[in-house]
Design a protein around this ligand. Structure first.
Ligand code: FEO
Length: 389
């Protein structure tokens, strides 16, 4: 795709990666992604904000054909999907300087081998004049690495936000046209990448909102020409409020845990509690992460394998722990054949979750009357607590 004009001074460049299906060898990308770079031309100087993943550097270099001079390459974030092509750009533009936070400077050297003398560091709030255009640098640490910053183009009110507000979404839309699709992709992005840093996000959101933002140009997904849409969504996600929802990831090997899960889902539904159910043999972990953004409660369902939880449940519990969702309650249900340490082991996997553990329900073999009664009691405990949210 060719570069695309946003206004007379700003041009979208970069790559739409339609076929990528995994990020960090971990995060599913059902809708692909994009690596957005932005060329800002002032009356005296030209800056390129971010670059692209090295796998797509040829696309960016083609777009830059005919651009004889770049004075500044702003590295808002050192993760390689944005910075990985910078060494090639420095070869193409030998007079260009990389602009970064002081924290990012060492990372640019360590991760990409960029010579120190080619990095110009900028403090929080500092500006760089391009002539009739002014770039203001807003340090936004921990969205989602320690060195991250945003850049505000003062004369146009455009906030270049890199990963912040981004969405893994391959599309030909330059700006958002399908808010529902972008909401889903941006929430997935928030859940997988940003949620562990919720308190940092909250501070940085307040910080960028002190600016008059007319447009947000992230480095993944389409541009927000109506930024209120994504700002409001982020305010909801980072708030302390939780919803009357249960996330229930589970595995069943021979049907016993499945029967318990089915019973609990029905009991919760009867009590007006929404359940997000994930059979971990087929689950897209991104969907699980999305559900964790809002839910008040997680219930983990597991059979016992070699004395502890099923390995897939172990993985899901670890994931929930590191994503640090704002859950308030947790419980465990499942079955075992002769003995089990599943409850103790799962509880030990989630130290980051500041939750009240509700009475777990573990039964030997196939669940019967007593187990179903305990599941009904658990559903009642959850519904009672959710009624007071
Ligand atoms: Fe899109 Fe943190 O890189």
């Amino acid at each position: 795709m060719k570069g695309r004009k946003i206004n007379d001074s700003v041009c979208w460049m970069g790559a739409v990666d339609w076929s990528r299906r995994l990020f960090d060898s971990l995060v599913p990308l059902p809708d692909g992604t994009s690596y957005n770079a932005y060329l800002v031309r002032g009356s005296e100087k030209t800056a390129l904000l971010d670059a692209v993943d090295p796998a797509k550097s040829d696309l960016l270099l083609n777009q830059l054909d005919g651009i004889d001079r770049i004075d500044y390459i702003v590295a808002q974030h050192v993760e390689q999907d944005h910075s990985g092509s910078i060494p090639l750009l420095l070869d193409k533009y030998p007079a260009a300087m990389v602009v970064s936070t002081p924290k990012a400077q060492g990372m640019l050297l360590d991760l990409l081998g960029i010579p120190e003398q080619r990095v110009l560091t900028v403090e929080d709030g500092k500006t760089l004049s391009l002539g009739d255009k002014t770039l203001e640098f807003i340090h936004t640490p921990w969205v989602h690495w320690p060195e991250t910053m945003c850049t505000y183009l003062r004369e146009d009110g455009i906030l270049f936000s890199c990963d912040f507000f981004g969405s893994h979404l391959a599309t030909t839309d330059l700006c958002v046209t399908d808010q529902a699709a972008v909401y889903e992709a941006a929430k997935r992005y928030y859940a997988e990448i940003m949620m562990p840093f919720r308190s940092a996000i909250r501070k940085n959101l307040a910080k960028v909102e002190t600016h008059d933002i007319k447009m947000i140009a992230p480095s993944h997904g389409p541009v927000y020409d109506q930024p209120g849409f994504i700002l409001d969504a982020y305010k909801d996600w980072i708030s302390d409020s939780v919803k009357n929802e249960v996330v229930l990831p589970y595995i069943s090997m021979h049907g016993s845990t499945q029967r318990m899960v089915d019973h609990l889902v029905s009991a919760l539904a009867e009590r007006g509690v929404k359940v997000h159910l994930f059979d971990l043999t087929v689950t897209d972990i991104g969907k699980l992460a999305i559900a964790l953004v809002d839910a008040a409660t997680i219930v983990v369902g597991t059979p016992t394998v070699l004395g502890g939880p099923h390995p897939s449940v172990h993985y899901a519990a670890h994931l929930a722990n590191v994503l640090r969702p704002k859950l308030r309650y947790a419980s465990i249900i499942g079955s075992y054949g002769w003995s089990s340490k599943a409850i103790e082991q799962i509880a030990g996997l989630i130290p980051n979750l500041k939750v009240e553990i509700l009475d777990p329900v573990l039964c030997r073999g196939c669940p019967q009357g007593e187990a179903f009664a305990a599941l009904d009691k658990l559903a009642g405990s959850i519904a009672d607590r959710h009624a007071k949210l």
